[in-house]
Write a protein that binds this ligand. Sequence first.
Ligand code: UDP
Ligand code: MN
Length: 341
Amino acid sequence: MLLNRNVLTGILLIFLLMGVLYYSNYLTYSFMSVEQEELTADSRHVEVHFQSHELHMVAPDHLKYDQPSIVSGRNDVVTVTPWLAPVVWEGTFNPVLLDSIYKLQNITVAATAFAVGKYVMFLKDFLETAEQHFFVGFRVHMYVFTDQPDSVPQIKMSADRQLTVLPVPSSKRWQEISARRLELIQKLIEEKLRNNSDYIFCLDVDSKVHGRWGAESLGGLIAVIHPGYYRDNRKKFPYERRPESRAYIATGEGDFYYCGGAFGGLLQEVHQLAKICCANFEADAKEGTEAAWQEESHLNRYMWINKPSKVLSPEYLRQNFYSQKPGGSHHQVLWSCQELC
Ligand code: UDP
Ligand code: MN
């Protein structure tokens, strides 16, 4: 009798175990089938749309250019960041090859510049030199934000390039002008560029394009290394050092010191940058904090967290300390690459 009861309990336990096993299997299957159904259903309705050509670089058939090498090239500078983004230096790229690749993609490059108050005086040089060197041969759309639309000089532009002047209110505090730039760039992308541009560069108007600035600078998120600090230890970078600011970077942290006067990339990348930096700037302002170098500080913090996919060397920017601008600080000059090296 005792034996019988034990056998019975054993059999019952085995059945129970089998039941549990079956049920858990059933659950897995039913979840899997739900997931699969959802995937299949989705793919019937959603058009797969890749926004960027970035990953697929097609060169024209039989294009002639110099043989590339991976054993000789520039050895005086570092040409790749620790997160493996290229650092663009003169001599590291083939301009003919790059232009040919990006011409096939039929891209439009937008560029913004702000000229408020006295800064309208910089427009002529900025626009003329951009016409000579900035994405020559590509479709380029310049956007000038100004409080004096009538003072924008008439520049002769080639057929594939155009200029749009967008009026903005005057402002006395330069910090305010600088702060509003990101907000206006964000709005410009949302309202005007979304369907008719691929890339955007946001440039200081007190700049001249001195040499080629072309397809080698294209990528997802593009930052330019500030020419004033590229040899310095990061302890010395003028990052925002107060933890209460949203632009804060602690001593011993950070990658490079990037310039606030030139950045760019794909529309969606620059849109996100502008949106986040602007929101952080405003949240700081509400608490009575203004970062050391306003948007440049927020940009540096952003680029530290969101690593740029390509970095332009300080060859792309030069500070010309001899020509003083109205505000008394330096006059930046975008320059040709040969001069630094
Ligand atoms: N800006 C302007 N009017 C001003 C001050 C600044 O239009 O009174 C714009 C202009 O595009 C300028 C940019 O804001 O290039 C950044 O200011 P600034 O060049 O003075 O900053 P820095 O290069 O010295 O950091
Ligand atoms: Mn400037």
